[in-house]
Design a protein around this ligand. Structure first.
Ligand code: SME
Length: 163
């Protein structure tokens, strides 16, 4: 039986990320296929946290990200380096937490319902492999706890996939 990822509202968010990381380690430990692991990562994150849109953009050339596995509505295929929240997080090599996507210069609106967003680069050996992108239909839905929790998850995914 595969592990099941519950959204436990009786716990605070930090505890939910900690619990997720433990279960997630078991989910991915025996698989090295990038597409498969990204697909289950998006599904597990959606199941556990109920995200509006959660998925990956992968670095496929020096200039461009391409859409990877995701959960949510259809999304744009390509994002240039430095464009939108995803392309900016890639260019700057750091997590971006955007409280109001309409106030972010160059935000790429895949869904008109999106209000806030967090983008976490996937880094291995100082190389950026892609980004995790999460959108919310609520404003200011992401904070430092999400940033830390999601960075830990992406660190584990990168170590598992690329080492
Ligand atoms: N909003 C992102 C584009 C991807 S969609 O949100 C899925 C951006 O500005 O990079």
């Amino acid at each position: 039986m595969e592990p099941h990822f519950y959204s436990t509202t009786d716990k605070d968010k930090k505890a939910r990320y900690e619990e997720f990381l433990t279960q997630y380690a078991g989910l991915i430990e025996n698989e090295r296929d990038e597409t498969s692991v990204m697909a289950n990562t998006a599904a597990a994150l959606r199941e556990a946290f109920g995200f509006f849109w959660v998925g990956f953009y992968r670095v496929t050339s020096a200039e461009e990200l391409a859409l990877g596995p995701f959960q949510g509505d259809v999304a744009c295929y390509r994002i240039r380096k430095g464009r939108g929240v995803c392309g900016t997080a890639w260019a700057e090599g750091r997590t971006l937490v955007v409280a109001d996507v309409d106030a972010f210069p160059g935000h790429i609106a895949c869904s008109s319902l999106s209000r806030s967003e967090i983008v976490v680069p996937i880094i291995y050996n100082k190389e950026i492999k892609g980004v995790l992108d999460i959108d919310s239909d609520q404003p200011a839905d992401f904070d430092d706890t999400d940033r830390e929790g999601l960075e830990n998850i992406m660190r584990l995914m990168a170590e598992t996939l690329y080492s």
